[in-house]
Design a protein around this ligand. Sequence first.
Ligand SMILES: [Mn+2]
Length: 383
Amino acid sequence: MRVLHIADLHAGKRLYDRISRNEDLLYALEQVKGICKENGVEVLLIAGDIFDKKSPDFESQGILLEFLTELNAMGLHILLIAGNHDSYDFMRIYTNLRKLSNIHVFDRPAKNPADAVFHYGPLKVACLPYPDERALTHLKEDKERSYAEKLSQYMRVLAREVADAPYRIMLAHLMVDKAKIAGSELQSSVSPYYAVKAETLPEEFQYVALGHVHRPQRVEGAPTKAYYAGSLYQIDFSERGTEKYVNLLILEDHMVKVQPIKLDLKRELLEIRLEEGQNIQELLEPLAGRQVLVRVHLQVRLSDPSYSAKKELVQSILGEKLARLELEPIREEEGSNGQIESFDLLSLYREFHREKYGALPLEKLEELLAKLIDRVSHETHKS
Ligand SMILES: [Mn+2]
């Protein structure tokens, strides 16, 4: 049997609230359809972050529904779990599709673990949508444990549910501590409180199909094959220069073989720094004929009279390919007293406190703030 694992579609993603990425998504989904057809895929696993926003726009909903129903018409079973970007209540609407067809949507972690299991011939898949901290507390667990520990416990329960099947897969949207971050996932969400330890992924599963981290990878240190398929296209500029994949799984002889398949990109994301004195025309013109979105950092001297002409030149060469133009002013005098070394929230707060009260904040306050930042970024971060 052939199974395909994809993740992180982020339908409705916009760069800088302006540039829709749906054409990039559609281009990837077309390839996914082709891969399913060519390889005789019977089950498609979609590991969460279907939509980029909790209440998706109409176009994005249309894209998803068309994709699901077309694949379904090809005779596939489709399993789909909610990610941290998806709304539980919105995804619940899609659970109704199961009554009409083989489209199985798991909108939130099941209270009854048996409800999390999809069964198809020799295959059982345990589905674990993104476990919101509030959803986890419903799962009878003691209060002492960390989020990650509760999650590990829950995964062991899921593993028992599929134990009798020849082929056992878990489909989950979560952060594993050993995952390598692409940059669009905030570092703080890898805090030990929230990140599941790779060693605790149950070895009863022959494959763990993960979503959340956008960089495709096999998770190191796990007792089983655990993979992030990664996002379907370069979602934002932190993913520039990265290749995108889907994982074809071959279920044979009681083993799961993994075959990553590379996707083409509709538009590559590029970043370019134009320093003072460089020839803008020469550097940018080759990009005008390529399928790209570009973020340009333009170094300018504010006293330079040609500064706005330079800006306009960049805009006229790149046109719609210009996603963002960042101006980097060159300071005329030394005058700079910025001692801030990094721009994370905590350092900024420290700096603010020093300016305002003439001393660094109390350690306790810093700890409290760090915890708060941790929690907020865990619940809202972008990946
Ligand atoms: Mn994501």
